[in-house]
Design a protein around this ligand. Structure first.
Ligand SMILES: CC(C)[C@H](C(=O)O)[C@@H](O)C(=O)O
Ligand code: SF4
Length: 443
């Protein structure tokens, strides 16, 4: 019998030739991620009697969740992390403004196909976009990982999604992810691995693949996996070559050498075929990500803020889409349109291509690359009674500040179109009529 991706990748990281589903393995990750929560991990690690990291090169730390720091407490937190980074000689450290951990580690080619990355962040499943095993773990686990370099992981069963066809032009990878979560439930993938396959996969851009893998955290999965192709290898090779000062060819060889693919005879818990051309624009309504309805069911709902950003949809293609929609127009009175690029690389490219100028001319506000108000830390939280349309991945009650606000999740195109219309809107050249009576939040 063949093996799934997760069986192969965990077996290799445990120094074994194979692994059965349900087996607990002693896994050695290639990379250990943490961010602003690193200070809490340092404290736990010290209580384990530790004072020197045995493998500082395996760590990667970003300052992104409250960056720049909004309070003295946050600033002190960052200062503690910087002191630790200097003390332990941690090379892979990314300052305020560099961007969100998942985006930055991808751009820096610090995670390669076939790698195992564990992070103190639930969206570490993101790295499935490039064919790595990424999983979130708790802060205590990270402290133990720093000390021991190993952790027990149970090999999960796998659900396979076979993608066929192509998404319609007004449908995005965000709609696809929400479609899956809405159909199978927010716990549909609990302690499961998901694998994507099928000829539809090749039609997804790299940004789309990142969005899809990232959103699988909201499906409850242990990890997500998309088989890496030459587009992924090329994207990484250029970056790895730059970072390591090696030739592109040498980087390419290193990247492809460890890529893993499931066997055609692998056993799956379930296989679902998704016809991409049947996926429609959707919105996740407050206050759960699986409260998914067709866009038309909530179109016309009055909004106060439109937020474009996060590790889910803060990339160049997302900003390009938004810029195209608002170019030469003005955002609706009474609406704030907040745009926060996922990284400094995204911001620089968006500046060079004129997208930021278009957005600012239309009345948008641009924030420092990072998480922004995604989890309610700073940079644009909501007031009681306010409604936000957001390109993020979570709409839990209280997520962006007050429990009395409502968050609707949608694609970047819908976020931008809604910023113009002042109501949840489908991107369209036609003017959108404001609905007088707002429909219930729980449509
Ligand atoms: C702060 C961090 C631990 C958290 C996570 O694990 O996902 C955050 O990134 C989030 O999106 O809620
Ligand atoms: S952007 Fe949001 S979801 Fe992503 S890591 Fe930051 S807080 Fe978490």
């Amino acid at each position: 019998m063949g093996a799934t991706f997760v069986q192969k990748v965990l077996a290799r990281a445990a120094g074994r030739s194979e692994a059965r589903v349900g087996e607990v393995l002693d896994v050695r990750p290639d990379r250990i991620l943490s961010h602003d929560n690193t200070a809490a991990i340092i404290a736990k690690w010290r209580t384990l009697g530790q004072s020197r990291l045995p493998h500082p090169e395996r760590l990667a730390i970003t300052l992104d969740h409250a960056a720049p720091p909004p309070t003295v407490r946050h600033a002190q937190n960052h200062a503690t992390i910087r002191a630790f980074v200097a003390e332990q000689g941690i090379r892979h450290f990314f300052e305020v403004g560099r961007g969100i951990c998942h985006q930055v580690l991808s751009e820096e080619a610090l995670v390669l196909p076939g790698d195992v990355i564990l992070g103190a962040d639930s969206h570490t499943v993101h790295f499935g976009w490039l064919g790595a095993f990424g999983a979130g773990v708790g802060r205590s686990e990270v402290a133990a990982l720093w000390a021991l370099g190993r952790i027990w992981l149970r090999v999960p069963p796998t659900i396979r999604f076979v993608l066929r066809g192509r998404l319609a032009p007004d449908v995005s990878a965000k709609d696809l992810a929400l479609h899956i979560i809405g159909r199978f439930g927010a716990d549909g993938g609990l302690y499961r691995a998901v694998e994507f396959g099928g000829d539809g996969l090749a039609t997804l851009s790299l940004d789309d693949r990142m969005t899809l893998a990232n959103m699988m955290a909201e499906f409850g999965v242990k990890n997500a996996y998309l088989p890496p192709d030459e587009h992924v290898f090329d994207w990484l090779a250029e970056r790895l070559a730059r970072r390591e000062g090696i030739s592109r060819e040498a980087a390419y060889d290193r990247i492809t050498a460890r890529a893993l693919y499931p066997d055609p005879t692998a056993e799956y818990e379930a296989v679902h075929v998704i016809r991409l051309d049947e996926v429609e624009p959707v919105v996740a309504c407050p206050h759960t990500v699986d409260n998914v309805v067709p866009l038309s069911a909530v179109a016309g709902r009055r909004i106060h803020m439109a937020f474009l950003g996060t590790c889910t949809n803060g990339r160049l293609s997302d900003i390009a889409t938004a810029a195209e929609i608002v170019r030469g127009k003005r955002i609706a009175p009474g609406v704030r349109f907040l745009v926060i690029p996922a990284s400094s690389e995204v911001l620089q490219e968006a500046l060079a291509r004129g997208y930021i100028a278009d957005l600012v001319a239309a009345g948008a506000t641009i924030g420092t690359p990072g998480c922004g108000p995604c989890m309610g830390n700073h940079l644009g939280v909501l007031a009681p009674g306010e409604v936000c349309i957001s390109s993020a991945n979570r709409n839990f009650r209280g997520r962006m500040g007050t429990p009395e606000a409502e968050i609707y999740l949608a694609s970047p195109a819908v976020v931008a179109a809604s910023a113009l219309a002042g109501v949840i809107a489908r991107p369209s050249p036609e003017p959108v009529a404001v609905q007088q009576a707002a429909p219930s939040a729980h449509v």
